[in-house]
Ligand binder design. Structure first.
Ligand SMILES: [Zn+2]
Length: 230
């Protein structure tokens, strides 16, 4: 298991499952999302090789994938770093973009809702309520990923692929969840997702629009204190 306490001698073990590269990716992703690897911190392949007791190959693969997701940056002749924290300005831009696109998308999705789609969204939201293990870092990063999937599926059902791609490309959820590692970020969102699902269940476009707007505004307000510490 990945340690839940920072800066102690590592005893991290990666289970030798079918997908070693995937497990290594998950482990590094968890550390980035929960700020065990701090924004801007240097990431050395050799240290990760030692920590996880694996070869260079899965580490390099994982870092390449994380680079594609904007969570790490590779600098020529220097190596990898965790991406710096998003700025307050960028944060405001991201939330402005979300508030323009997602409430309207939720309204469209409510109109286009059917049993199958509702089941997909209910399942996606339900995964977030589970605590698979006692590893808070893993739970937190799983929540961030699942929240991204939940919001992405809503935009899929809204039916505008261009808007969906635009939001996906920002990797919004990864960046905002990395601002703060705190239970409040995840727990309060669950009730807001349920309000959204209730609106979808009765095809109520205006209720869905409102629920999404409130969810995004509350998400913004939950994360804003992160900037007080910078
Ligand atoms: Zn959400």
């Amino acid at each position: 298991m990945i340690s839940t306490r920072p800066k102690e001698p590592s005893t991290s073990q990666i289970p030798r499952a079918n997908s070693l590269a995937g497990d290594v990716y998950d482990a590094i992703f968890n550390q980035l999302m929960s700020l065990k690897i701090a924004p801007g911190a240097r990431i050395t392949v050799d240290n990760l090789v030692k920590e996880f007791n694996v070869s260079h190959t899965p580490i390099r693969e994982a870092l390449g994938r994380l680079e594609g997701e904007g969570l790490v940056v590779k600098q020529h002749l220097v190596g990898y770093r965790a991406s710096p924290q998003i700025t307050r300005h960028r944060f405001d831009e991201l939330y402005e973009l979300r508030l323009l696109l997602e409430p309207a998308g939720a309204a469209k999705a409510a109109k286009a809702m059917n049993e199958e789609r509702l089941a997909i969204l209910t399942e996606a939201a339900g995964v977030m309520t589970r605590r698979d293990n006692g590893d808070e870092r893993a739970n937190y990063s799983a929540f961030a990923r699942q929240d991204a999937i939940f919001h992405d599926r809503i935009m899929e059902f809204a039916g505008n692929e261009l808007i969906r791609e635009m939001l996906t490309f920002q990797h919004t959820h990864f960046h905002i969840f990395r601002l703060m590692f705190h239970r409040r970020v995840t727990e309060e969102a669950l009730g807001e997702h349920q309000t959204l699902l209730d609106a979808f269940a009765v095809h109520d476009a205006s209720a869905a629009e409102k629920a999404m707007r409130i969810h995004i505004e509350h998400s913004r307000d939950r994360l804003l204190p992160a900037f007080d510490e910078i």
